[in-house]
Structure formats: C-alpha cells, structure tokens
Design a binder for this molecule. Structure first.
Ligand code: GLU
Length: 445
C-alpha cells in the first residue's frame, strides 16, 4: 500500500448541546490523526434545517477550544449543497438513484423523494474493533437519500464528504455500525474508496445500560468546564472509556495519549462511565499542575463574598494551597467548601465556646500553662521563618513532655480555628502568620 496521509474527521450534528459522551469519538479521531501526522477535520453536519442551530455549533466549537483539540479544517454541510447536487445529478444520469413521487400519509399530498436503487446484496466490511461484519442490504429496500435535489440526507452527505475530504479512517461509536452498509453502497455508487472503520464500544452507565440522552451522566460538556474539571482530566478519563494502552500506567497527558493511541487497543465490550473514576483522573491531573496554575483555578472559584472580607488576602490563599487542594477532586468544590464556612476562621477571629478549649479532663490552669508556653516558644521564631515545619518542631518539643500531646495540640488548634474539625494547628499557624496566631492564642488564655 502506498503511504497515504491519514485524514480523520469528527462530524457532530448541531442539534443540541454537545454532550460529554461525544467527546470520546472526537478525541480518538484527533489522537489518531496527530499520531500519524495526519489531518483532523471538524465537520458540522447541519443538513437538517429544522433541528440544526448555530448556537449548538458554537457550543461544540467552544468545547474543542476548551479541551485543546485543535482541528485542521472546518466544514459546514449546509454550505456544500452544490457539491451534493453534482453527485445527485450524476447518479440520476447513471440511474443509480431515482425520483419517486410518493403519497405523504398525513397530508394526502404527493411529494418527491430521491431513492437509492439498492443492488440488494451482501455487504461485508472489516472493522478494526469488531472484525469482519456482513449485512444483507435487501431489507433496507430502496432507501431515501434526499428529500429533493436541494436537500440531501445524512447518509448521502456523509459519504460524499468523506470522499471529497479524502477521509481515510472513520472512528465513531457502535451506534453507527448499522449505518455503515448503506454508506458503503453509496460509496460504491459514487466510486469512492472504502475508508478504514473502527467502531468504538458502547458507553454504559453504572447499571450497565447504554447511555441514553436522558441519562443524568450525559451532560453538556461545558458543564464540566464550569465545575472546574481540567481538560486533561476529562480527556484522560474519556480516552480510557473503551481503549487502554496496556500496562499499569493510567495518567496520560494529551501528548502522551497521542503517542500511545492505537486502533488495535480499542475495546469491543461496553465501557462503563464511572463518575468516581473521572474524579480520580481529574484529581491526579490537579496534582500535576504547577502551583501557579492551581492558584489560578482556585481564585476563579473563591466566592466573591469571601474575597471582600477585610482579612482576605491572596497571600493567605497561597499559604492555604495545600489544604485547599487536599479536599477537592475538581475546582468547583473550592466554591462549595468556602460556602459551607469551612474556611471562615482564616479570615476572622473565630467565636467559640471556651469550655471547648479544654482537652478531655484537662483543667483551665493546665490549658493556660500549655498555651502560655506555646506563645513563648512561638515568639522565638522569626516572622519570616514562621512555616508549618518550624511551628511543628517548636510545638512538638513541648507537647512531647506532656502526658498526652493532645493537652497542647487540642487547645492550640481550637484557639486558632474555633472548629471541631480543621487542618492541623501547624498549617493554620503558617496560614495566619505569626502575629495573628499569637493574638488568637492570647485570646484563649
Ligand atoms: N453526524 C453524525 C452524528 O452526529 C455522525 C456521522 C458519522 O460519524 O459518521 O451522529
């Protein structure tokens, strides 16, 4: 075989907000083209004027932008009517299709449609995932390929475009397998070569039912953007829905996915869309982000009312980075965590019931003595060295001399946070800084 440049395409119909399940086919086509230094085409299949909307086209374009899936060319089928017409005329001349006047049932009118003269034969094709498949096309009858010469239908436009655009590989979901025999008949009629097919596994929900448009998992893709998922997390998760590179490693950047991707490792059995797995992938990619990037996302999701608190500062948030990241799997949870008031103590002196400062059976005197010692020790640390490591070292020295470390660590932590559950006192001290930490401890005396 001669070295033919790989050309793939993704061909969404703009009839709704591009949902997350659709990302997988887009991604596979992208990966395959990039891996082979080929071309990846985005084609808007908007031949149905009643259902197609420009806003839905804008929507999927924004999804591609967000995910960083760059395409080399973009086409809109509604602008290609002349091309389809040319093929329709030719096939009419060759008598491979015919105009048929038909009764429209409901309206009792007669109307024209264009039908394909079905050769009624067995079509056999090879699929990279499913193997060899055979269909008897007889049962399809003389199927309709256009409403009229001006308005061709899906099967016809797909085949003409794949031919005109020299598509070499068609990677799409298994719901399209049953379309393939019709499309092959049309290819043969117009003299187009047969592309290589790879039909990816069906995506299932956790009950192992096929994801339907009504499944709550099938969400518009940009909701994931709005909720602070990372493109790299979502893409990694999607790539593994029905494909895997083999081996233990699961965390792949887009670049690495390009290197690793192959049609041979696409899987036949249904792939389960497991939302917890998505959270896991996303979290792993959050951890891989450089600190500045993590902060950028965090600032995006901190609620405005927190940002306007008098003690709010970017620096405090920077100091909080680790505790903020620890508790999330996608950045939208930053907003939720701030909204529950979990971090209010960072920005204002906590109000609390002072009996809660006492550890188990500890007395007020013991508590005061421990806090006093803590204050004295912390005063020795230079403000510029007031890190959680240094605070820890100092506090642990005192705590280790007590019958239980809790005698010291509990009142200190509570004095700083006023909360039953909070990060450890060393981290809070670092976030608050030396002056604020000591002032809160004094208040606890
Ligand atoms: N436009 C078709 C769809 O949205 C896809 C066509 C294809 O991939 O062959 O389902």
């Amino acid at each position: 075989m001669s070295e033919q440049k790989v050309i793939t395409r993704f061909a969404p119909s703009p009839t709704g907000k591009f949902h997350v399940g659709g990302i997988r086919s887009a991604l596979y086509n992208y990966l395959y083209a990039r891996k082979h230094n080929g071309k990846f085409i985005l084609r808007c299949e908007d031949t149905d004027p009643a259902r197609s909307k420009k806003e839905y086209e804008d929507y999927f374009i924004n999804v591609f932008k967000w995910l960083g899936l760059e395409y080399d060319e973009f086409f809109r089928q509604s602008e290609r009517t002349e091309i389809y017409k040319k093929y329709l005329h030719k096939l009419l001349e060759e008598d491979k299709i015919y105009i048929s006047k038909e009764e429209i049932k409901e309206e009792g009118q007669r109307s024209e449609v264009i039908r394909f003269r079905n050769p009624n034969k067995i079509v056999t094709f090879h699929d990279e995932v499913l193997g060899d498949l055979s269909f008897n096309t007889t049962e399809l009858g003389d199927f309709i390929i256009a409403r009229n010469i001006e308005s061709p239908l899906y099967h016809f436009t797909v085949v003409v475009d794949d031919f005109e655009m020299n598509i070499t590989h068609i990677i799409r979901g298994q719901e399209h397998v049953s379309n393939t025999p019709r499309q092959i008949l049309i290819q043969e009629a117009i003299g187009a070569p047969r592309p290589i097919y790879a039909h990816g596994s069906v995506i299932l929900n956790e009950e192992r039912a096929k994801l339907s448009k009504r499944d709550p998992l099938v969400r518009p893709s940009l909701e994931y953007k709005d909720e602070g998922y990372l493109p790299e997390g979502l893409l990694n998760f999607m790539a593994f829905l029905g494909w895997n590179p083999g081996g233990e490693k699961e965390i792949y950047t887009l670049k690495k996915l390009i290197n690793a991707f192959s049609l041979e490792r696409m899987q036949k059995p249904g792939a389960i869309f497991n939302p917890e797995k998505l959270e896991w992938f996303n979290k792993e990619h959050i951890k891989l982000l450089p600190k500045e990037k993590q902060l950028e996302y965090i600032f995006e999701f901190i609620p405005e009312n927190i940002k306007s608190l008098p003690n709010y500062s970017k620096e405090k948030i920077e100091n909080m980075l680790n505790i903020l990241i620890e508790r999330i799997t996608h950045f939208g949870q930053i907003k939720e965590n701030f909204e529950t008031g979990e971090y209010n103590f960072i920005f204002s002196q906590p109000e609390y019931d002072k009996t809660k400062l006492l550890y188990k059976t500890s007395t007020v005197e013991q508590k005061n003595e421990n806090i006093n010692n803590t204050i004295l020790a912390l005063q020795e640390i230079l403000e510029s060295n007031f890190t959680k490591e240094n605070v820890k070292e100092v506090l642990m020295k005192i705590a280790d001399l007590l019958p239980s470390r809790g005698e010291l660590l509990h009142p200190v932590r509570f004095a700083l946070s006023g909360m039953d559950k909070s990060p450890d006192p060393f981290i809070i001290a670092e976030i608050l800084g030396k002056n604020e930490t000591i002032s809160r401890l004094q208040k606890a005396l």
